[in-house]
Write a protein that binds this ligand. Structure first.
Ligand code: SAH
Length: 490
């Protein structure tokens, strides 16, 4: 099986640096089920192509419970005679992960800036088994910024009346970071093939979320991708979808995740209905808890700091007691999503005047943020490197000084209740830390004492007698400007 990767970014031979494979050499690697070779059919200044060729020994695929998954054709000979040596599949994806490990992580010793830059790329997989047809390839790669050409391969060219096979010739063209491209392929090739060659263990959820960081949570086909990637194991898919729901920048009603696209090919693996709905409610409960605390504080001019895609902003705008609603974020993409969600361009002027969206980094003092009644830091502090936290404390509690501050953050003790979240792992690929209840309480107390606030701490979500609630909430009230707050909270 074969995959080629071409760039026309100049000098194109830098592709060799990004992949850490020299264009002048053929390099080979052992795999559990065969061997992988990397070679460059073309490599010059203007255009460079790396080819990953994977040789599979079908006999090495057999053995124990793996056999079932290894050979989609469940007849005895199918163990020896099958498409695995030729068609791209999860074997190609494992080879990709092994051979291009640092590139997949976006790391490059020699060309770190190029690794972080979107470059013109063309990916070709000449034979890909695609359960669901060429159309499904378009649906999974298209939303990620790829132009997709997927041509069905006829069953037998001599007998066109036999129609098309289950294989497509796939070409993807786009301008992307190489690491993103590789992560898309790593996840989506086995998803299209829909037959994993290895046993799917709970740590596959972590692998999926790591490889899917930044693109899977908001992908319209995330339900299908997740279920197929996790080999239709319902409990794992449910866990993964619940965690993805937490990561979404936008949370419109979930797309209908329970519908598999394309014609069923009858190999038995039907899709389970999504378990997303009941779990997604933690995000909703968090929002409700923050709104309740805001209303109780009597605030009318409020800041949502690190507002992300604007889910809380939408709820604030819907309540007329909030006369001014400001969303800030360091990410312009987040602000664009928020503006779209709020339909800013279509709001009547009077409504629009209540809303402001500002790009602002929480680690710098920003005069625009001074003098508000309340500020929300919902699921934000854990996105900062711990050494940057004092800068946030100064900017928010020292400089902006809102009357009330609501802070929510995960309770790391609760993570043991998430099946599939490996020990020591965080809920979100971008979390720099997650606190225990004691750690959060200590931080809140220190900030309150330093900046003149009083604090109460509570939990959001189902309370577990041993490990507490999944989310922690602190409400800090300034002792300086306490009059109105004292009236309402006594
Ligand atoms: N509050 C939103 C989003 C949480 S995700 C919600 O609960 O849904 C964390 C957000 O914090 C992201 O949108 C990220 O862009 C933002 N963020 C991270 N570091 C930041 C910083 N230093 N300054 C401002 N925003 C930051």
């Amino acid at each position: 099986m074969l995959l080629t990767l071409t760039t026309t970014h100049r000098p194109a031979t830098d592709l060799g640096h990004l992949l850490v494979k020299h264009p002048d050499r053929v390099q080979s690697f052992d795999l559990p089920a065969g061997a992988a070779h990397v070679l460059y059919p073309e490599a010059d200044e203007a255009r460079c192509t790396a080819a990953l060729l994977v040789e599979v020994d079908p006999l090495k695929l057999g053995g124990g419970r793996r056999r079932q998954a290894a050979t989609p054709d469940s007849f005895t000979l199918g163990q020896y005679v099958n498409d695995r040596p030729y068609a791209a599949s999860s074997l190609l994806s494992s080879a990709l992960a092994k051979v291009f490990r640092s590139a997949l992580r976006g790391e490059s010793r020699d060309r770190p800036e190029l690794a972080a830059t979107a470059i013109p790329l063309e990916v070709r997989v000449p034979v890909l088994r695609c359960r669901g047809g060429a159309d499904l390839a378009v649906r999974v790669f298209g939303p990620l910024g790829w132009a997709v050409a997927a041509t069905p391969i006829p069953l037998d060219e001599a007998y066109p009346e036999w129609g098309d096979s289950r294989y497509v010739d796939l070409t993807l063209t786009g301008t992307l970071r190489l690491a993103d491209a590789l992560n898309h392929l790593y996840v989506l090739l086995p998803v299209l093939d829909d037959a994993k060659h290895y046993w799917v263990a709970p740590d596959e959820v972590d692998k999926l979320l790591r490889a899917g960081a930044g693109w899977l949570a908001d992908h319209p086909e995330r339900g299908l991708i997740t279920r197929r990637y996790l080999a239709h194991r319902r409990a794992l898919a449910g866990t993964a979808l619940a965690r993805l729901a937490e990561l979404r920048l936008t949370d419109e009603p979930p797309a209908d995740d329970s519908v598999e696209g394309g014609p069923a090919t009858g190999d038995g693996a039907g899709s389970a209905p999504s378990a997303e709905t009941p779990r997604a409610s933690l995000a909703v409960r968090r929002r409700e808890a923050v709104l309740t605390a805001l209303r109780a504080s009597g605030a009318s001019r409020v800041l949502d700091l690190g507002c992300g895609g604007g889910a809380l902003l939408a709820a604030l705008v819907a309540d007329r007691r909030f006369t001014e609603v400001v969303g800030t974020d360091v990410s312009s993409q987040a602000l664009t999503l928020a503006a779209r969600r709020l339909r800013l361009d279509r709001l009547p002027e009077r409504q629009r005047d209540r809303i402001r969206l500002w790009q602002s980094a929480l680690t710098y003092r920003d005069d625009r943020l001074r003098g508000y009644d309340a500020a929300v830091l919902m699921e934000v502090v854990e996105h900062l490197d711990p050494p940057r936290l004092p800068a946030l404390e100064d900017a928010v509690f020292g400089h902006a000084r809102p009357g009330t501050v609501m802070v929510t953050t995960p309770n790391v003790e609760y993570n043991v209740r998430y099946e599939g979240l490996g020990a020591g792992r965080f809920r979100h690929a971008d979390h720099r830390f997650e606190w225990t209840r004691a750690e959060f309480a200590a931080w809140v107390e220190r900030v309150a004492t330093t900046y003149g606030y009083t604090a109460t701490i509570s939990g959001i979500g189902d309370h577990d007698p041993e490990v507490g609630a999944p989310t922690q909430l602190a409400v800090l009230t300034s002792t300086e400007t306490g009059t109105r707050k004292e009236e309402t909270t006594r």
